[in-house]
Design a protein. Structure first.
Ligand code: DKA
Length: 134
């Protein structure tokens, strides 16, 4: 079911990401680096259904391992400690992070062979597009 997300994806565009990071509460210095960074997004799944999702860049590499619909502890690139759950909803991989009474969602879908990540925090929406590398 998550097969279409498997592989290494390279970010090629990022829209409104600075506003999204501001809404998350990310400070100026980290936003400067975050805006300049073009991460690779790498997703693998093993035969037990354990999904490994990695965001790899010169700034920071983060990795989470989880099963769909099972919550887990995540430390994000901007150092939020979140409770996270990932589910498949209408073909989208939806990652919901909660921390300090706040919530953000990262929705990933494959459209015309590109992976589109829609990041939502309140009414702020950022869209980041990735192309398959391997
Ligand atoms: C993506 O492209 C979304 C990544 C969201 C990261 C939020 C925090 C970044 C702080 C530098 O998959």
């Amino acid at each position: 079911m998550v097969d279409k997300f498997v592989g290494t994806w390279k970010m090629v565009s990022s829209d409104n990401f600075d506003e999204y990071m501001k809404a998350l509460g990310v400070g100026f210095a980290t936003r400067q680096v975050g805006n300049r960074t073009k991460p690779n997004f790498i997703l693998n799944v093993d035969d037990q259904g354990l999904i490994c999702m990695k965001s790899q860049s010169t700034f920071k590499t983060t990795e989470v391992k989880f099963k769909l619909n099972e919550s887990f502890a995540e430390t994000t690139a901007d150092d939020r400690k979140t409770t996270t759950v990932v589910s498949l909803e209408n073909g989208k991989l939806v990652q919901k992070q909660t921390w300090d009474g706040k919530e953000t969602t990262l929705e990933r879908e494959v459209i015309d062979g590109q992976l589109v990540a829609t990041c939502k925090m309140g009414d702020v929406v950022a869209v980041r597009t990735y192309v398959k590398e391997a």
